[in-house]
Design a protein around this ligand. Structure first.
Ligand SMILES: Nc1ncnc2c1ncn2[C@@H]1O[C@H](COP(=O)(O)OP(=O)(O)OP(=O)(O)O)[C@@H](O)[C@H]1O
Length: 301
């Protein structure tokens, strides 16, 4: 799989402090990439460098394999973004606002109908932007970023300020955009659950440095939070776990055994050999949240 964006050894310092520190990330083409980090981790600074709003101190950024410093127009043509909230003429309807952008990009006006359709604002007619909900304004921002038909969309915290139903709509909208139009989407967030629900890949940063970058399914598959057991003789099962030096918490016939995944089969073997019936044995994955906190704590300690 090729990369839509490759960031290599990128550094940006403010007053001698690295806001982004030798960062390298890969955003795979056609996927949704969740760029995750706490407030102040360096997400916006990275995105501002990718979108050429600010210059790095060192490092390079490639868009579809081309260095953006030597291919500025190429980069601009391929990337649509919302970094700061887009300023709209509040007294104009959606279409008129997008016409201004289309003129700037020398894009045919026929594209406006298409993007309004994509973001589900086709029927807003003469309604002025000032009368739009926040969710509608966010979608108009995305329409604005899509006017010139970029292959990559970069959104800095797109769900900020939205209510739960607005967040849900935004999530399914972005998934649809990736699935149906093949657009690569890079979306930053400080909300772990958000990234877990939307992204195919995740890059976690802390203090400007990459902590981990992986396919989201790896996170779900690899890291076990606990093994959930349902047995007929819980007291006997607890003795087996004690013998194996495994911590556990039990409630009636259900036991949570806190162990690594590779221990699951030997736990099952030992239980069965002690004549304990195992009705249910399920590996419960660590949520990204648990994993993220564990990772950033390791870095901080
Ligand atoms: N223009 C600037 N001048 C000085 N320091 C800055 C500037 N922009 C960012 N920083 C600092 O760089 C660090 C990273 O900020 P950045 O905005 O990139 O983080 P973030 O991960 O996007 O966080 P948030 O979600 O809070 O926006 C912070 O310590 C911030 O104070």
């Amino acid at each position: 799989m090729s990369n839509a964006i490759e960031v290599r050894n990128l550094t940006k310092a403010y007053k001698g402090i690295n806001a982004v520190d030798n960062l390298s990330i890969n955003v795979p083409e056609g996927k949704i990439y969740g760029f995750l980090g706490k407030n102040g981790a360096g997400k916006t600074t990275t995105i501002r460098m990718i979108t050429r709003l600010i210059k790095p101190n060192s490092g390079e950024i490639l868009v579809f394999g081309k260095d953006i410093r030597r291919n500025r127009q190429w980069a601009a043509a391929n990337i649509g973004s919302i970094v700061e909230s887009p300023g709209f003429y509040e007294n104009l309807p959606a279409r008129s606002n997008l016409e201004i952008t289309a003129t700037l990009y020398k894009t045919p006006k026929s594209r406006i109908g298409e993007v309004l359709e994509i973001v589900n604002l086709k029927d807003t007619g003469k309604k002025k932007v000032k009368d739009f909900s926040l969710g509608m304004k966010q979608r108009l921002g995305i329409a604005n970023a899509l006017v010139h038909s970029p292959k990559i969309l970069i959104l800095d915290e797109p769900t900020n300020g939205l209510d739960p139903s607005g967040i849900k709509d935004m999530r399914s909208f972005l998934k649809g955009l990736s699935r149906d139009k093949g657009i690569t989407i890079m979306v930053s967030s400080h909300l772990l659950s958000e990234v877990q629900q939307i992204a195919d890949y995740v890059g976690i940063i802390d203090k400007g440095r990459l902590v981990e970058e992986t396919d989201i399914s790896n996170i779900e598959a690899e890291d076990q939070s606990y093994l959930l057991l349902e047995v007929d003789k819980p007291e006997k099962a607890e003795l087996v776990l004690k013998d194996m030096n495994i911590k556990f918490a039990s409630e009636e016939k259900t036991i949570k055994a806190f162990c690594k995944k590779h221990m699951n089969s030997s736990i099952n073997y030992n239980l069965v050999h002690k004549d304990i019936n195992v009705f249910n044995l399920a590996s419960v994955a660590k949520s990204l949240e648990e994993r993220f906190l564990a990772i950033t704590d390791e870095v901080n300690s």
